[in-house]
Design a binder for this molecule. Structure first.
Ligand SMILES: [Zn+2]
Ligand SMILES: [Zn+2]
Length: 81
């Protein structure tokens, strides 16, 4: 039996990660945070791109060179799927 009515965000207006502009390619979509122990990148489920947000700048990160993604193998799996 699942919890209900506690406002976890599903179906209740959760357009994306709070405070982040989303994917530069796809717009304000939800990004998957990928943390490698030092930095956090954000992976776009739609186009398979990784982004790193830093001090107002958005830097594209390739999955093959993204330390977080190599660690978690998130990008490779998502892209392959
Ligand atoms: Zn995207
Ligand atoms: Zn990545």
């Amino acid at each position: 039996m699942e919890r209900a009515g506690t406002g976890d965000g599903f179906g209740n207006g959760a357009p994306g990660v709070r405070g982040l502009p989303g994917c530069l390619k796809c717009g304000p979509v939800e990004l998957q945070p990928v943390f490698d122990g030092e930095i956090t990148n954000f992976y776009c489920d739609l186009c398979g791109s990784c982004w790193h947000f830093e001090s107002g700048y958005v830097v594209p990160v390739h999955p093959e060179t993204c330390p977080g993604c190599q660690l978690e193998e998130v990008c490779r799996e998502r892209v392959h799927a």
